[in-house]
Design a protein around this ligand. Structure first.
Ligand code: PGA
Length: 252
């Protein structure tokens, strides 16, 4: 049976002091659920990564972004070896805010995924259609291109260990979460797209998360769905109480 995954994406939020308080509040729970087939992780700012690694117990840590080069004249960027040095083993790739505000494309996401593969680091590859694309009925077309172009040239083994997050852009931070039916249909479609190119065996290892206005009061309906393996949560992951509430409802 696949494990259930809950990842919090803090975006550009929380001071280091607030990260310490969060880690202290959830550490015991993180250690407890590790034995119950639930994977918990947080993608904080780079500055808070060492804090969560030190104080978060079994909580996994992810970067929100990486550069695909090992080093060089890329002012303001962080490389994969820098993350390895502090023991971070994975990163988000292609979050819609990176695509929207920092011009990330399927091609740059592909370079990042290949670089992570080279370092045997985990990736949570984010895909999702904009409101316009949704209203024009182009969701599957957009998702298919994001998945196939993002994964182009990756090894089967790496793909079979990949996590993909379906996050419709119109549902992020808006309170307008996608219905369970939509989320389920697209998460299932992502697996179908991977299966049609890489085969059923590779596709069966891939985890697919839903993200977009997931809250303590709706997380369970998503995670009960057979095609949704977990959730990527922004706003509701910022408060330890609501993060704990979400863990509790997954456990039930
Ligand atoms: P949200 O963000 O939960 O605040 O909608 C989700 C995300 O951006 O990953």
């Amino acid at each position: 049976m696949k494990r259930k995954i809950l990842i919090g994406n803090w975006k550009m939020n929380k001071s280091m002091q607030e990260a310490i308080e969060f880690a202290n509040a959830i550490r015991d729970k993180a250690n407890e659920v590790e034995k119950k087939n639930i994977i918990l992780g947080i993608a904080p700012s780079y500055l808070c990564l060492p804090i969560l690694k030190k104080l978060g117990g079994s909580l996994l840590t992810f970067a929100q972004n990486v550069h695909f080069k090992e080093n060089g004249a890329y002012t303001g960027e962080i490389s994969i070896p820098m993350l390895e040095e502090i023991g971070v083993r994975g990163s988000l790739v292609g979050h819609s805010e990176r695509r929207q505000y920092f011009n990330e494309t399927n091609t740059t996401c592909n370079l990042k995924l290949k670089a992570l593969q080279e370092h045997q680091m985990n990736a949570i590859y984010c895909v999702g259609e904009t409101l316009n694309e949704y209203e024009e009925g182009r969701t599957k077309e957009v998702i298919k291109a994001q998945v196939l172009e993002g994964l182009e040239g990756l090894e089967d083994e790496y793909i079979s260990n990949l996590t993909i997050a379906y996050e419709p852009v119109w549902s992020i931070g808006t309170g307008k979460n996608a219905s369970k039916e939509i989320a389920s249909e697209i998460c299932r479609y992502i697996i179908e797209v991977i299966a049609s190119k890489y085969g059923e065996k590779v596709a069966s290892g891939v985890y697919v998360l839903y993200g977009g206005s997931v809250k303590p009061n709706n997380i369970k309906e998503y995670l009960d769905d057979e095609y949704i393996d977990g959730a990527l949560v922004g706003g509701a992951s910022l408060k330890a109480e609501s993060f704990l509430e979400m863990i509790n409802s997954i456990e039930e």
